[in-house]
Ligand binder design. Sequence first.
Ligand SMILES: Nc1ccn([C@@H]2O[C@H](COP(=O)(O)O)[C@@H](O)[C@H]2O)c(=O)n1
Ligand SMILES: C[C@@]1(CO)OP(=O)(O)OP(=O)(O)OC[C@H]1O
Length: 170
Amino acid sequence: MIRIGQGIDVHAFYDKSSESGNQDSAAQQFVTLAGVQIEHSHSLLAHSDGDVVLHALADALLGALALGDIGQHFPDTDDANEGLDSRVLLRHVYDLVQQKGYKLINADITVACERPKLAKHNLAMRTNIAQDLATDVENISVKATTTEKLGFTGRQEGVLCSAVVLVSKQ
Ligand SMILES: Nc1ccn([C@@H]2O[C@H](COP(=O)(O)O)[C@@H](O)[C@H]2O)c(=O)n1
Ligand SMILES: C[C@@]1(CO)OP(=O)(O)OP(=O)(O)OC[C@H]1O
């Protein structure tokens, strides 16, 4: 038995250095995508670490088994989830998938943003995901696209990620 799942997530950029009392310079900011810290002029606004890639992927895995969404499993009203490492979230979600008797076949992920440029981080992102899902890196695809300066991603207001997974009965 094979099942498909898809997930989408968005997080907005904000300038951490503009927070009152924060002395960080813009150059010291970063975004976390698929567990990789990437230097950027802005940070991503979130209750957790804001890892939009892992959130979309986790939602796709939950969707494949009709297990709800990450907001139900990790409510943003729960202080315990503040600053949450999304790799912990992803591993928890994959445990649920495995408890249902399923394993990942492959995942295909698309990240939309003008900046940061992601090409040089691609293998590191795929490697982190492959580790967390106990699979070969060949089973994990991460693609990046601009939206040709159109929309909120084009205006560099945030990052969007879309993920599709196939899972099969073990
Ligand atoms: N944040 C991004 C966006 C895109 N890329 C890479 O650039 C190539 C061209 O993107 P288009 O939107 O013009 O199709 C594409 O191959 C992406 O891999 C990137 O590295 N980071
Ligand atoms: C991950 C959680 C929990 O910390 O918070 P955020 O980082 O805000 O992420 P989001 O994708 O909005 O939804 C799931 C949340 O409950």
